[in-house]
Design a protein around this ligand. Structure first.
Ligand SMILES: *[C@@H]1O[C@H](CO)[C@@H](O)[C@H](O)[C@H]1NC(C)=O
Ligand SMILES: *[C@@H]1O[C@H](CO)[C@@H](O)[C@H](O)[C@H]1NC(C)=O
Ligand SMILES: *[C@@H]1O[C@H](CO)[C@@H](O)[C@H](O)[C@H]1NC(C)=O
Ligand SMILES: *[C@@H]1O[C@H](CO)[C@@H](O)[C@H](O)[C@H]1NC(C)=O
Length: 521
């Protein structure tokens, strides 16, 4: 009898578990338009993990994975104009960061226009369609107009970004903006202890960019919404203000700590494979034989041999050829500008597998977010060669943690490169500190992927997270940041000083007049 009850109990519990799983399964629309591999890889990993949990996903992306074995995983391929991306990449080295950000938004707007005309997506959002979603996840680096989908489907909006939170997000959410803090990478020059004039300039640059976003960019984007959803559509800034969560792919150990809004959920390392795939045979042998250690070199997908100055490339080859170590170099052009016997050259590497190899001694890279995550995971010391403020800022933080050396791309000389490589090879502290940073970032109370999934399910369970919304985000900026109080004080002080000055002048005048009067008589 007891046995039967026990069995029944197990069957019942199992049934309950399964049923529970099914009732929790949600239907999620995911829109990730940025055609950059390092952005896509993070979001794909998250989508796959959500799918494994039993959720149904419809994903609009320019880089679908097209895996027919997946169920409830529908991909809508966004056509993208490669010429747009080329235009961006071509301008990267020439423009200042603030101008580059503006160009990026303008291009993102151009990427958004054909997304509304995508036939499959159009069928989904058409007013006659009966499609229902429990959440809309949107990549929020430059496509604010698409947040209208959350209004269309009456589903909570979840933003996701694969870099730090931008100041315009903070402005919309009403969180503090620190224009001169080292975490603010959206200005052209950041220094540790800026003078008051530098701070004034940082302030102007920061607020100018926010002003451009709100006044120029959002106006353009709202126009797009008007075109497809009519004049009654709500304002996209109001929709974004009501966003339930902002998922931020950033490792707090590797950034400058600063206060953010309470619905920002940080995650990292989602794209890092538990066991990286095994290396191709020839490369595997090459690395196994690197008894003195090897250096892995990859400057990412934006900075390539096509965009690098010829002189810089020659400097690399010159320095590498004299090293007693082996080199593994991701190099996209057909020919090296010089002879290199100790190197394995390829257009593409299984980066995580290379970083996981025990003979690796250092990684020379551009300071990209995903590469940093991977290097920290495998505790590989870094030589950062940043060429953009965001990368420069990331590498600056790594240098302050003692795990990297930084050489700006336009300041790279053979001597500097050579010295930096030898310093990392000879000074053990880089590796030791990297191992500490690595264990710090792995020491978390929860699995980062599972935490993000929990939050997404939380939002679906409760149909949004309005209770986390910061109510002051509706107040004008001068009230929020108490600028009107400061102005009031300044004016009051000025008036008081004027009155005092006038009084003193009157007294002096009176006295002088009297003295003159007495001396006459
Ligand atoms: C697909 O998702 C729906 C919910 O949208 C769910 O009811 C169904 O069981 C899922 N199918 C599979 C095979 O997981
Ligand atoms: C945003 O949320 C507030 C408070 O819940 C609500 O009154 C408002 O209509 C929402 N706005 C939009 C555009 O969804
Ligand atoms: C990026 O590199 C190019 C070539 O060295 C240089 O002209 C440009 O100033 C660099 N940009 C930054 C932000 O350092
Ligand atoms: C975290 O959780 C995900 C999803 O359950 C799993 O695939 C991944 O391997 C886990 N990561 C670690 C480091 O355990």
């Amino acid at each position: 009898m007891l046995k039967i009850t026990c069995k029944m109990f197990i069957v019942l519990s199992l049934w309950f578990l399964l049923a529970n799983n099914i009732t929790n399964a949600g239907r999620i629309l995911v829109i990730i338009p940025t055609p950059i591999y390092s952005h896509q890889i993070v979001f794909q990993s998250l989508c796959l993990a959500l799918n494994r949990r039993g959720h149904e996903l419809i994903i609009a992306t320019p880089q679908p994975i097209k895996d027919s074995t997946l169920t409830n995983y529908t991909e809508i391929e966004l056509s993208l104009s490669h010429s747009l991306v080329k235009q961006y990449k071509k301008n990267v080295p020439q423009l200042s960061l603030t101008d580059l950000l503006k160009l990026g938004w303008t291009l993102a707007h151009k990427i958004s226009i054909p997304i509304y005309d995508n036939p499959k997506l159009k069928k989904l959002y058409h007013s006659n369609s009966n499609e229902k979603f429990d959440a809309v996840i949107l990549e929020l680096v430059g496509y604010p107009s698409l947040s209208i989908m959350s209004y269309r489907f009456n589903a909570p909006l979840i933003g996701i970004i694969s870099m730090g939170i931008h100041n315009y997000h903070r402005y919309v959410f009403g969180s503090p903006i620190y224009s001169s803090h080292l975490s603010n990478w959206e200005i052209n020059t950041l220094t540790e202890n800026p003078s008051i004039w530098q701070r004034l300039w940082n302030f102007i640059e920061t607020w100018h960019l926010i002003h451009f976003w709100i006044n120029d960019f959002i106006t353009m984007e709202q126009g797009l919404v008007k075109k497809h959803f009519g004049n009654d559509a709500p304002h996209i800034v109001d929709i974004i203000k009501n966003m339930s969560l902002l998922l931020v792919n950033e490792n707090p150990v590797l950034t400058y700590p600063r206060p953010e809004q309470s619905n920002a959920i940080f995650f990292n390392g989602i794209h890092i494979q538990k066991t990286p795939p095994s290396l191709p045979k020839d490369l595997g042998q090459f690395l196994d034989n690197a008894m003195e250690g090897f250096i892995y070199v990859s400057l990412g997908t934006v900075t390539t041999c096509h965009t690098l100055p010829k002189k810089t490339l020659r400097n690399f080859v010159e320095v590498f050829s004299k090293l007693p170590y082996k080199i593994v170099w991701k190099f996209e052009c057909d020919e090296l500008p010089g002879k290199l016997d100790n190197a394995f050259i390829s257009k593409w590497f299984l980066q995580q597998s290379v970083l996981a190899h025990p003979n690796i001694k250092m990684f020379i890279y551009q300071g990209g977010a995903q590469s940093t995550d991977e290097a920290v995971h495998y505790a590989v010391p870094l030589l950062g060669i940043p060429n953009m403020s965001e990368q420069e800022n990331r590498v600056r933080r790594l240098v302050s943690l003692g795990v990297a050396i930084s050489i700006k791309l336009n300041e790279l000389t053979q001597e500097r490169l050579n010295n930096a490589i030898h310093q990392i090879f000879n000074d053990k502290s880089y590796k030791e500190k990297m191992m500490r940073v690595s264990s710090l970032s792995k020491d978390q109370p929860y699995n980062s992927t599972e935490n993000v999934i929990w939050w997404i399910e939380y939002v679906m369970r409760h149909k949004g997270a309005n209770h986390l919304r910061f109510s002051d985000s509706d107040k004008p900026w001068y009230q929020r940041y108490d600028m009107d109080i400061i102005a009031l004080f300044a004016i009051a002080l000025f008036i008081m000083e004027c009155i005092i000055a006038l009084t003193i002048i009157q007294i002096i005048r009176f006295t002088l007049n009297n003295i003159a009067l007495y001396s006459c008589h």
